[in-house]
Design a protein around this ligand. Structure first.
Ligand code: AMP
Ligand code: MG
Length: 488
């Protein structure tokens, strides 16, 4: 529901800035359906006014929801350093529709734009759109990508590019950075207003707790821990886990230089600008924990309204302390499921870790290896398992497969049932960078067909879709190292 904090220090009422001659680049049928937007056979809205609305050129007449667009203020830590006030520098919230907030990213300057131009380029808008929808289809909480509208308006990044507006949907775009903002100003009244809004609209179960604000903090931590475990389980690297990019609803938000792992490298860095690897794959859980610590600090004044300072800090410290357990529990459950295990044994963790280590050592494709495992039969002789060909250390992987088969036999695993269960959690199709890049390059030539095709495939990531199997392939060697920077 709409961000309803009152007062000039929380929002700026601002309309999007128009873009010249907008054209449709992409729309998600399933996201459109969520908000009751009717589409033609060509996949675009029947009512032409939507092109103008989602371009930011026109407000939706007649609906009070969309007549007062706003930009909200937030602050945050970027790469571990307090950066002060940040946004929304280019995202404008049009209003509520069907329980979702509709936000236009790249819709022009706001008073929070700092040195930015308020725009987003076509390339990054397509990436955000496709990945939002891909993550949703994978079953991972995320903001949704409703549409991308393009324009020939030039936008300068490293080179001259063109502008686009990505329309996104979420029940709320509140971030850790919103809390940090008001905490940094020692504005406890606003902090409380924000926390109470979240509880009322998104965490109603916290309202009956004897300490609703502490319960809210715990719930945000629990959701964030589960979210990051889900990322790890599909090999998703966010790329910029700054505290202003962390949703207070436990959603994946602000897709920038993200990347899915192709070959498995535990310390893979997907963001070319992240030289130190702060946001590398293996650090994501720890960094999410760190962001929750930022949130805990921001919550201190809230709890201090009803507790002595030391007690408030102690309560939050204890709550934060549960993050690792939440994360570990989710991670173990997800990876057990990836291996098709339906019971839990202590030794499973070692089994999972040995596999990941072997995959890392041989740089095995993360998605295809797990998908391939579902085809094993518990009675297969180890020598017949062709997946072994991808591993350099043969004796080691032979032992691993032998142990895995024994483990499956120990729970009398049924091959047919397990194959199905594993295929339901190990995707065949992910948004590999080289696939996104191919769609972007065509779009830059005004051919948007590849975006539509990719979207359709990624909407069913767990289905075989034999006709599209080439989209499941690891990148060809010359495309394996598509570099993605922060610029967007
Ligand atoms: P990001 O690193 O993309 O999460 O952005 C950090 C902050 O900078 C957010 O508040 C953005 O709204 C803002 N920002 C990023 N790019 C621009 C831009 N081109 N114009 C204005 N603000 C921007
Ligand atoms: Mg951001």
């Amino acid at each position: 529901m709409a961000f309803t904090l009152s007062g000039d220090d929380a929002i700026q009422e601002i309309s999007p800035t128009s873009i010249p001659e907008p054209y449709w680049v992409a729309i998600s049928t399933s996201a459109a359906k969520m908000i009751g937007l009717e589409l033609n056979a060509d996949g675009f809205p029947q009512n032409e006014v939507w092109l103008q609305v989602l371009a930011g050129n026109q407000l939706l007449a007649g609906t009070h929801h969309f007549s007062n667009p706003i930009a909200t203020v937030y602050s945050g830590h970027q790469f571990g350093v307090w950066a002060g006030q940040l946004g929304d520098g280019r995202a404008i919230l049009l209003g509520d529709i069907a329980g979702q907030e509709l936000q236009l990213k790249g819709a022009g300057k706001t008073r929070y734009s700092r040195m930015g131009d308020g725009r987003a380029v076509l390339r990054s808008s397509i990436r955000e759109f496709l990945c939002s929808e891909a993550m949703h289809a994978l079953g991972i909480p995320t903001s949704r990508g409703l549409s991308v509208v393009g324009s020939d308006l030039p936008v300068f990044r490293e080179t001259m590019e063109t502008a686009a507006v990505c329309a996104r949907l979420a029940p709320s775009f509140v971030r850790v950075g919103h809390f940090e903002h008001f905490a940094s100003l020692q504005n406890t009244a606003r902090l409380k207003e924000l926390a109470d809004l979240l509880i009322r609209e998104h965490y109603p179960e916290c309202s009956t707790n004897k300490n609703p604000h502490l319960a809210l903090f715990e719930s945000i931590c629990a959701r964030s821990a589960k979210l990051v475990a889900q990322w790890q389980a599909v090999g998703f690297c966010h790329g910029v886990l700054n505290s202003d990019n962390i949703s207070a609803l436990g959603l994946t938000i602000d897709y920038g230089p993200f990347g899915f792992l192709d070959h498995f490298q535990i310390d893979h860095i997907c963001n070319h600008s992240d030289q130190g690897g702060r946001y590398a794959y293996h650090r994501q859980p720890q960094i999410m924990h760190w962001n929750m610590a930022c949130l805990a600090s921001a919550f201190i004044p809230l709890l201090a309204m009803n507790h002595a300072d030391e007690e408030a800090q102690e309560l939050l410290r204890n709550a934060l302390g549960q993050f690792s357990a939440f994360y570990t529990q989710s991670w173990q459950a997800l990876f057990r499921a990836k291996l098709g295990l339906s019971t839990a044994q202590d030794s499973d963790i070692e089994l999972i870790e040995r596999l990941l280590q072997a995959m890392h050592d041989s740089r095995v494709d993360f998605t295809n290896l797990f998908r391939g495992l579902s085809q094993l039969k518990t009675t297969s002789p180890v020598e017949s398992i062709t997946l072994r060909d991808q591993f350099i250390d043969r004796p080691l992987i032979n032992q691993w497969f032998a142990d895995y088969l024994v483990r499956l036999q120990s729970e009398a695993s049924n091959d047919i049932v397990r194959t199905q269960r594993m295929n339901d959690v190990n995707p065949k199709y992910i948004l590999r960078n080289y696939l996104a890049q191919h769609a972007i390059e065509k779009a830059q030539q005004k051919d948007f067909s590849e975006i539509a095709k990719l979207l359709k495939i990624l909407e069913h990531p767990y289905a075989e879709q034999y006709e599209n199997s080439e989209y499941a392939a690891a990148p060809p060697l010359d495309l394996a190292a598509v570099e993605v920077s922060c610029s967007s």
